[in-house]
Design a protein around this ligand. Sequence first.
Ligand code: AMP
Ligand code: DBH
Length: 538
Amino acid sequence: MLPGAVPWPQEYAARYRAAGYWRGRTLGTLLRDAAAEHGDRAAVVGGEARWTYAELDRRADRLAAGLRGLGIGDRDRVVVQLPNVPEFLAVCFALFRLGAIPVFALPSHRAAEIGYFLEHAGAAAYIVPDRHAGFDHRALARELKARRVIVAGEAQEFTALADLDADPVGLPGPDPSDVALMQLSGGTTGTPKLIPRTHDDYLYSFRASAEICGLTPESVYLCALPVAHNFPMSSPGVFGALAAGAKVVMAPRPGPDAAFPLIEREGVTITGLVPPLALVWMEAARAARHDLSSLRVLQVGGAKFGAEAAARVRGALGCAVQQVFGMAEGLVNYTRLDDPEDVRVGTQGRPISPADEVRVVDAADRDVGPGETGHLLTRGPYTIRGYYRAEAHNAAAFTPDGFYRTGDVVRRTADGHLIVEGRTKDQINRGGEKIAAEEVENHLLAHPAVHDAAVVAVPDALLGERTCAVVIPRGAPPRAPELKAFLRGRGIAAYKIPDRIEFTERFPHTGVGKVSKRDLRAALARGLARGPSVPPPR
Ligand code: AMP
Ligand code: DBH
């Protein structure tokens, strides 16, 4: 196991192998097998490219040889920050075959996040597009003085991905029980956490997901969300689609303008969206000039999709809704396509695996009864036992017997379906994008006119939640736009910039003297927004 990753205890590993969940295969061989079976069929479509399975397999091999020529090899971490392009898949499979470990950054991440990933992962290389969504990723690479920058596109002084093309070489391939890739956690602390997923566990999660979602070689999966997210990557996502011999269509943007024409042209059968996008799609479909009739399943997850909205999917888009409640740490719940209407609309589903252990507990970790609300703990064949290089944090984020404390508050129905009721983690879920309050607070505290800061969620009709930063100024309060510009200057992703900034003279406190975010949210709801001279109501 990669040093810094936490393995499953022997007895659990043995159990998961014996049950056939872990099959001792690597992600690199998945594509090899698929190419042998579906060689001439389309594997991925994006931009001008349309690659068959044989073509994707060949490109992965040639790129692996090229990367090896650069000195990238077994267990090297490589930060991959690519948008939804076919090259993303070639890069992934090349790295998997080398035993190198992609660390998946989002295209929206900037200097603060990328600098941290490069450093914390001890990255050997950084793979970027030239420009994406108006941003020059080479300039960021330059600013960060990243080692071995590889550019998909115009490389300038860096290495062009297209030039990493060499005759395939025999590679021993990694150990299936070792780390294959790292996902990012939305996190709750000052720094994002890296989630090490093994070949065995990740393969199982998306193979089983593909089965639950009914994927076949005739399916067409539209990757609408940024592919680096765990949801479009593995639930069942692009990897699950490839495991099923289906076709992956890469959408450059998730909005109806880009997605609807692709659905019509490629005959898309399934896609996954976060709730705000699902609402936008449903609205746009009323006036759509495109034929969406190929669509069979709309998956919605990342944040809670309300029952009223879920009930409208069939009428608006002519397809079934599937709720997905997952986490990059592992556990994924799905409503099944043949579940009764009340389950598909009113719950967030049940786990993938019979071996997923789910506990709903009270504050003292005692199990609560069916239908009662409590904290969700989980352990299983594809849920990590620890974050990468985070020993102290792991001690709090996992129970001594290895259950992951999800920070979600749920209710479990008598027949085992989960309903998400809220969360205890100090995080904002902004339409599926997770924001750790502490991370943004730390950046705010770096401003000379900020004495203290607390970042909380405020309800929002479209996004579900938006972020509000409440600031106690030091002296004259700075202007809100100036604070936002300051945060952008700190190099954080745009989705973490608070939507709203309010000033106050003091925070409400809990009994033990911590800032009471619950009271702060309530104060905001009552209209804290009256300027810096008004203390929060008691
Ligand atoms: P992360 O750990 O950053 O991958 O984020 C996973 C978290 O997203 C979960 O623990 C939930 O808080 C939230 N989440 C994901 N899907 C749903 C859903 N369908 N309903 C409610 N919350 C969700
Ligand atoms: O929000 C998530 O992280 C998520 C949602 C749905 C996820 O990781 C997943 C499915 O796999």
